[in-house]
Design a protein around this ligand. Structure first.
Ligand SMILES: [Zn+2]
Length: 272
């Protein structure tokens, strides 16, 4: 490609996270913050500076950064999922910013294949292409409804009439900021919509629940209710305790919840 005028390069694409041990960005140790000197002697991370071996940012950044000859990068995702949540379907949009690259003519398709070869079974990236700085804000701020598959354990076998009454309707729920994010999110009540698409029995008091939720919904809490902090929750509507054992994001939709096919077509058409 032509050498761009700035000392930054922006690469856009989508990632699929196939494992439950991969954070989106570098997971610095909360004690020493990965500081090069302070991390020595840190008991929390045992001097490693991080709490996980790697992240989506690092697995992508190591390959692209080596080619572009820079180690400095920033990862901008269209939202994020918890470490133990898989990101499936067509993946989550992201823009990666590389600071001070020394090489500019790299083959992104070859590097994409290299990232996927090195991380088979853990991470896939798709559609890598050069983009502009202005896309960072768009990707970060666009609101996406999402579809999830949740493996749910219940306190009792579900009543088929209650399941039928729940499926296929858009419900409004009110969520109080969950305990697990209270340290970084304002403590308030948020109104969100959710749709239960299907509930399928997979074992004794085990169900696969497919659901679609508005941007910013706390899905695990929408399922369990977390002691009344989400109302109504699936547990409340189904009349039994519900615990989310595993969660996968299966589709990133547009703001109002348009289907994957419609939204995917829009994304593809934007690529050069
Ligand atoms: Zn540490």
């Amino acid at each position: 490609m032509q050498r761009p005028p700035s000392a930054k390069l922006f690469v856009e694409g989508r990632y699929k996270k196939l494992s439950r041990d991969l954070p989106q960005t570098v997971f610095f140790c909360p004690e020493c913050k990965g500081h090069p000197r302070r991390r020595h002697g840190c008991t929390r991370c045992e001097g490693f500076g991080k709490l996980t071996r790697d992240s989506v940012q690092e697995l992508v950044g190591w390959v692209l950064g080596a080619a572009l000859k820079t180690r400095k990068n920033k990862f901008h995702g269209a939202g994020r999922e918890d470490v133990n949540v898989r990101m499936l379907g067509t993946g989550r949009p992201f823009v990666m910013e590389f600071v001070g690259p020394k090489v500019f003519d790299v083959d992104l398709a070859a590097l994409e294949a290299e990232i996927n070869r090195r991380n088979a079974g853990r991470l896939e990236v798709h559609g890598l292409h050069w983009t502009e700085k202005s896309r960072v804000r768009v990707v970060k701020e666009e609101k996406h409804a999402k579809e999830y598959r949740a493996a749910v354990e219940t306190g009792a076998e579900l009543d088929p009439a209650k399941v039928r009454a729940l499926c296929g309707k858009r419900l409004t729920i009110v969520q109080h900021t969950p305990e697990r994010v209270a340290h970084r999110r304002a403590d308030l009540d948020r109104e969100r919509w959710i749709e239960v698409l299907s509930i399928e029995k997979t074992g004794e008091q085990r169900y696969d629940v497919l659901l679609r939720t508005e941007h910013g919904t706390y899905v695990k809490e929408a399922i369990s209710g977390e002691n009344g902090s989400t109302r109504p929750s699936l547990a409340e509507l189904l009349g039994t305790a519900c615990t989310c054992l595993e969660l996968d994001v299966t589709a990133i939709l547009d703001e109002v919840g348009k289907t994957e096919a419609e939204f995917g077509a829009e994304i593809v058409s934007r690529e050069p």
